[in-house]
Design a protein around this ligand. Structure first.
Ligand SMILES: NC(=O)c1ccc[n+]([C@@H]2O[C@H](COP(=O)([O-])OP(=O)(O)OC[C@H]3O[C@@H](n4cnc5c(N)ncnc54)[C@H](OP(=O)(O)O)[C@@H]3O)[C@@H](O)[C@H]2O)c1
Length: 241
């Protein structure tokens, strides 16, 4: 069974992708702060296919000791990483609060970078040509009022992914981003229907992005079917224009 680390698997897209991975024969190592009822039920239904590590990714300095030394060890090979957990601090730039910005960078940027560091070391140790998939956001490409700070974290991850691919491609390690459009999750739940309709109008399909579609793209990027795809941003966004 291939082992895939998924951050933020307790709800939203992370939970959706975890379900798809498990039902397709993968073993998921989920990293999140809480265990939702849905995740608990998934563990009950597939006890051998899901391990859960409760960890706050804002604690960047504890990633090595708490996740890799205490929980994962070095014997279990890691075949893939889905960097999904993120927070969205939204406000207009003239209200920017440094503390909130710094926390968002710890969760959305620094933690995924440090996780990537140790996951690549694991892959090298076990001679695995692994696949790394970052979940980015269309806001980094089109721009939305109030999302400048959040979008900047996704821009950072896209640049990191491209350079990871360049640096580690010769060892067979791939890195790609999925640029997701607006999805109906808790993260986007504060928007009212008028705001949501405005976003849908900006897409070719006039609808939200499907979490299943993003999840299946992530599965494709983890699989050998995508063995020649690296250093890419794949847009799964209902054709946002
Ligand atoms: N929703 C959208 O419209 C949209 C659009 C484009 C891209 N995206 C991206 O898609 C990904 C998933 O978003 P979503 O909409 O599914 O978000 P969500 O429903 O808010 O879920 C976020 C997940 O991240 C975890 N998380 C948050 N902070 C964490 C922390 N400090 N430590 C560990 N885990 C943490 C949460 O788990 P716990 O609370 O249990 O820790 C949860 O499982 C994100 O990268 C987001 O930026 C979302």
């Amino acid at each position: 069974m291939k082992n895939i680390i998924v951050t933020g698997a307790s709800k939203g897209l992370g939970l959706c992708v975890t379900k798809h991975l498990i039902t397709n024969g993968y073993h998921v190592i989920a990293i999140n702060r809480t265990i939702s009822t849905n995740l608990k039920n998934l563990k009950k239904d597939y006890p051998e296919s899901l391990s859960i590590i409760m960890f706050d990714l804002a604690n960047v300095n504890q990633i090595h000791s708490d996740i890799f030394q205490k929980e994962l060890g070095f014997n279990r090979p890691i075949h893939g990483f889905i960097n999904n957990a993120a927070i969205a601090y939204d406000d207009i730039i003239s209200n920017l609060d440094y503390k909130k910005l710094e926390e968002m960078y710890r969760v959305n940027v620094y933690s995924p970078m440090i996780l990537t560091k140790y996951i690549i070391r694991h892959m090298l140790l076990h001679k695995i040509s692994g696949s790394i998939v970052h979940i980015s956001s269309i806001s980094a490409h089109t721009g939305y009022k109030g999302l400048a700070m959040y979008a900047s974290t996704k821009g950072a991850i896209e640049a990191f992914s491209l350079n990871t691919a360049r640096e580690w491609g010769e060892k067979g390690i791939r890195s790609n981003c999925i640029v997701a459009g607006f999805m109906e999750t808790e993260m986007s739940s504060e928007l009212d229907s008028q705001q949501k309709n405005r976003i849908y109008k900006r897409t070719c399909l006039k609808q939200p992005t499907s979490q299943d579609s993003v999840s299946k793209t992530a599965l494709f990027l983890l699989s050998d079917d995508s063995s020649s795809i690296t250093a890419q941003n794949l847009f799964v966004d209902s054709g946002t224009i």
